[in-house]
Design a protein around this ligand. Structure first.
Ligand SMILES: Cc1ncc(COP(=O)(O)O)c(C=O)c1O
Length: 382
């Protein structure tokens, strides 16, 4: 798709197959959750290797339902990294629980630091929400061990990580629940949309109810004559996905591995040509090289030399037609979350101001990659 930048941060690839899938869903005459959602869920569950996959309106809804389904509420604490998108903190807040922020490992690994968890866990910690930053898996073994010892549930925020593997197992399937996002800048773009996966039958049932008003049957069930009425067994939401987006999602799922591989190629070129040049480093460098486990490579993040004028650099890159971003301004620095309670995040604070996210999408051309690399080297790689 055309974009106003010579090299946009992310870019959608739209073709006949996608248009046809969406068109067929529209022409079917059934637009709310129905057979296409069902088959999208089955295909996603099979792909990630989970017993259940529930399609939802977006990744934030997946996180909200996961927290509520695990019984999170007032009096509970939920731990998550501050170097993160704000969605998880917002939904923790909306359950009535308190978000508590932990630090990251360091320059080479921007995931949550399991050692720092020891500092922030308390007897009231109910859940840890672990983000696989940029699609690079967290140290799930240590995390699950610690959480298991303390009786704390783990939700994986796998918004960046569809298709990422750790010891052969897909991200999103390690914890009690895994949450995915299909926002247009993600690896599996749908528009809005998300998926919630779990291996726990009872949890899946709670998630299903929370997704659709706590109602025991769906409009689709009643339409087919499979049910005539319903009960409401808990106060839920309308967090359903619709047929058109499920049709798009099914096509995008079929393209995910190729998309991730193409992103990997681009990230490897960034690594070869930028890492270690003039004080520039690329976090997760060891996980990017050839022969590593399959990874979503959602973000191409560059760590600038200390003291670099990041915003000046971003403005100069923009002048050359290169769109960049920052993943992320730490959540605890936002007005809504600027509570001083137990916020001791030295690594997050030291690193966050040096991070810049470079353009990355599967169909990026060598010319676009070359333009970004050349520009970064001439402006910041001296
Ligand atoms: C890490 C992370 N978590 C959650 C979300 C929320 O997903 P969505 O935008 O689909 O609600 C996003 C997406 O922007 C994200 O990047």
């Amino acid at each position: 798709m055309s974009a106003p930048h010579r090299v946009p941060l992310s870019d959608l690839h739209v073709d006949e197959e996608l248009l046809q899938a969406a068109g067929e869903a529209i022409a079917s005459g059934w637009w709310s959750m129905g057979p296409r959602v069902e088959s999208f869920e089955l295909a996603f569950a099979e792909y990630v290797g989970s017993a259940h996959a529930l399609a939802v309106a977006n990744g934030t809804a997946a996180l909200h339902v996961a927290l509520l389904g695990l019984g999170c509420g007032p009096g509970d604490e939920v731990v998550l990294p501050s170097l993160n998108f704000v969605a998880a903190a917002n939904v923790v807040h909306h359950t009535g629980a308190l978000p508590v922020f932990c630090d990251v490992v360091g320059e080479e690994d921007l995931n949550l630091d399991v050692h720092d968890l020891e500092r922030v866990l308390t007897p009231t910690t109910k859940v840890i929400v672990a983000l696989h930053y940029g699609g690079y898996p967290c140290d799930m073994q240590s995390l699950l061990e610690l959480a298991g010892e303390r009786g704390i549930a783990v939700i994986e925020d796998a918004a960046h990580a569809p298709g990422s593997r750790l010891d052969g197992r897909l991200c999103g399937t390690f914890g009690e629940a895994g949450c995915f996002s299909f926002f247009p800048n993600k690896n599996m773009p749908v528009g809005e949309g998300g998926m919630l996966v779990t291996n726990d039958d009872a949890l899946a049932e709670r998630f299903r109810l929370l997704r659709s008003h706590g109602m025991t049957t769906l409009t689709w069930d009643r339409h087919r004559g499979h049910a005539h009425s319903y009960d409401v067994v808990l106060p839920g939401f309308n967090y359903r996905l619709d047929e058109v987006r499920a049709a798009i999602g099914t096509v995008q799922l079929g393209r995910l591995e190729a998309e991730n591989e193409a992103r990997g190629q681009a990230v490897r070129r960034y690594l070869r040509e930028l890492h270690g040049r003039g004080g520039l480093t690329i976090p997760f460098a060891e996980r990017i090289g050839e022969g590593q486990e399959a990874c979503a490579h959602h973000l191409a993040v560059l760590l600038l030399a200390p003291g670099t004028d990041r915003e000046g650099l971003r403005a100069e890159l923009l002048e050359r037609g290169i769109q960049t971003s920052v993943h992320y301004p730490p959540i605890h620095t936002f007005t809504a979350y600027a509570s001083p309670a137990r916020v001791v995040l030295p690594k997050t604070e030291a690193l966050a101001t040096r991070l810049v996210t470079l353009p990355l999408f599967g169909h990026m051309s060598e010319d676009q990659l070359g333009h970004v690399i050349e520009s970064v080297l001439s402006l910041a790689g001296r």
